[in-house]
Design a protein around this ligand. Sequence first.
Ligand code: BGC
Length: 452
Amino acid sequence: MNQTIRKYLSNLENLFSFSPADAQGAAARFHEEMKRGLNGQTSSLRMLPSYVGRPTGKEQGRFLALDLGGTNLRVLAVRLDGRGKAEISAVNRLAVPETVMRGPGEELFDFLAEGVAVFLEEHRLDPKEHRDLAFTFSFPVAQSAVNAGVLLNWTKGFTAPGVAGQNVVALLSDALRRKRIEAVSVTALVNDTVGTLATKSYADPSCDMGVILGTGTNACYPEKNSRPAKGLSPQPRQEMILNLEWGNFDKLDTNACDQALDRITLNPGRQRMEKMVSGMYIGELVRLILLDMTDRGILLEKKHRSVLVREHAVSSEQMSLTVPGEDFFAAIGIPDASDQDRDAAHHVCRIVSRRSARIAGAALAAVVTWMDANLEKKHTIAIDGALFEKYPGYPENVRCVLEELFARRAERIALCTTSDGSGIGAAIIAAVASSRQEQEHKPARQRTRKNR
Ligand code: BGC
């Protein structure tokens, strides 16, 4: 590798460094923002109530789940056996076209309802039979009940007008009625982090955090009612899962690349941490850096600009192809790169993905210490998302920050890959909601006897 590239990369390494001291500082600022969010003050961490606590493992029944979180829509049938086991009996997956993500809101909800109609038909489910549906809607929503909530703003490339400020459960229910699906009721509205926490804690009560590290990023945890918090359950000493919306955390130092990326996104100024961490954006950071190197004449050739100027030309999956034996440049449409170019791209991807994992590690540490300042207990963290699961070395980089911050006590934190929070977990939340509703509708005397 020539001297100029080496110098560029060493400068980049500095720009993207996230030292143990940075992690500690970030965790402290995270706590301040959590506190502000909980007290109802302006904060980049929204601390949104979910109106449910963790499951007991005894929840049972059959549910439909509808999962809208990114570029795919899934419809699932889920069965919970009441002994901590869950299974998906049928699933349909459809790509959400960009025209639907960005077109009128009503059309987006019609698309969702059509997905449900096709699912019922294909799996020969009687459309007249009553079914509870859990709606996993992985965007910032201010819930007012377990089955009602208003979209605060879109993220992850969605912009469909007419939805922000509206109750998304009502929009889905109206769309289902327009499709003449009368017997399906939307009984739970679930963020994917909450579904992930529910999936793992259904069988493992030590699980107290759900995290997504995928296209977007976010986390949730069960908050005890001892702290003053807006919207928390009126019952004393009961926990409620809070959705942090940590992708919006904005107390991290950004560099010129982060700022350039923010300017070209559909939501400038928002989701600042998500834009440094998640799969949807780290490929963009790499693309902008490679483009800058090409413009400076130190990488590739000028003719390759046309590939690198295209937004989202580099994905986080492709970033992981920079290991020996894989051809990253061929995968993004540049088959004639030199070995030196490949070597440089490998370093760029390593630098960007490492910072992503280290920031995620610091945020995770902040939430764990919020619940348990001295790490006295064991904490199991359920994590879903391709970045964590598939990006080589990512979990190790997250762990490394935990070890820097907590030394031996980091062993008390288990990071567990958990899939299907948006399907199984959503069904579990629907079951939690329905058993709670039954409980609330029981005569008061019976309830008191049971609670003794
Ligand atoms: C959304 C969150 C979601 C996360 C992961 C973010 O863009 O705002 O609600 O949990 O992505 O899917």
